[in-house]
Design a protein around this ligand. Structure first.
Ligand code: CA
Ligand code: CA
Ligand code: CA
Length: 261
């Protein structure tokens, strides 16, 4: 009997330890070790004077300023977006994803992507009636300092890429601004400059708004709204609890069988 009792206690202790360890691993795993989170982004045209916001691109990245930054020099990826609204170099050189145009004030585009903790978000899209002016975000942290994915909104000003001299807004092709039927001829059709990226003082106030929302991943069973799920969508904390319960039942069953002998 002493041997059976020791075996039962050992089994129960083992089951409790394993269950507690599984639960602790789930509850106290830092965000940086958890899986990707899905984000939904909406960009709304708020241009004043009203104009088309052209195709552009967004980038999810790890190092700051990989796409563009205030005071930096425009790379080819940004130059082609800011001067003619073409994201091809951003896609090819940076691995960015192309964005659709936003035709008129009040119109918006919405897209989603998955990002791992620590990731940054940037994008750029041209304000079409300009030489090289764009709206965008530079290296927004998708996780806050406490390790939670962000849900936030932004008002965007107009940025000058610094790669072409500015003519009056809406001055058209001859002044260096895009005329879509002319295609590649629109690039460098104005007077080239080598200025740093800076705010464009031809504009004042918000030209676009952005909302970024971290989406909650619902379990496949639909039994709750907790983020963090197993590969089949079942919450990992629930798996840990079930494992604990199963081990306790097994230990108890073993004990009862032995007591009848
Ligand atoms: Ca310029
Ligand atoms: Ca141009
Ligand atoms: Ca240029």
């Amino acid at each position: 009997m002493r041997t059976n009792s020791l075996g039962r206690r050992a089994l129960i202790s083992l089951s409790v330890i394993i269950g507690a360890a599984l639960l602790a691993a789930v509850l106290f795993t830092p965000a940086s070790a958890q899986s990707a989170t899905r984000f939904r982004v909406t960009i709304t045209n708020a241009s004043d004077p009203e104009m088309i916001i052209t195709p552009g691109a967004y980038l999810v990245h790890q190092e700051a300023a990989e796409f563009w930054t205030d005071g930096g020099d425009a790379n080819v990826a940004l130059e082609r977006i800011a001067e003619i609204g073409v994201p091809d170099a951003a896609v090819a050189d940076l691995g960015a994803t192309a964005l659709d145009p936003i035709p008129a004030s009040g119109d918006s585009i919405t897209f989603e992507f998955d990002a791992t903790p620590g990731s940054l978000f940037s994008f750029a899209q041209m304000l079409i009636a300009t030489n090289d002016t764009f709206v965008g975000l530079d290296s927004v942290a998708l996780w806050d300092g406490a390790g939670s994915p962000i849900t936030s909104s932004f008002d965007l000003l107009a940025w000058d890429a610094g790669t072409e001299e500015n003519a009056d807004l809406f001055a058209g092709y001859e002044a260096g601004q895009p005329d879509p039927p002319r295609g590649e001829a629109n690039l460098d059709n104005g007077v080239a400059t080598t200025d740093s990226i800076a705010l464009n003082e031809q504009f004042s106030g918000t030209q676009a708004t952005v909302s970024i929302a971290a989406l909650v991943v619902l379990p496949a069973t639909g039994s709750g709204g907790l983020a963090g799920s197993g590969s089949d969508g079942f919450p990992t904390w629930a798996i840990a609890l079930l494992a604990t319960a199963l081990l306790v039942v097994v230990a108890g069953g073993t004990q009862r069988v032995r007591s009848h002998r």
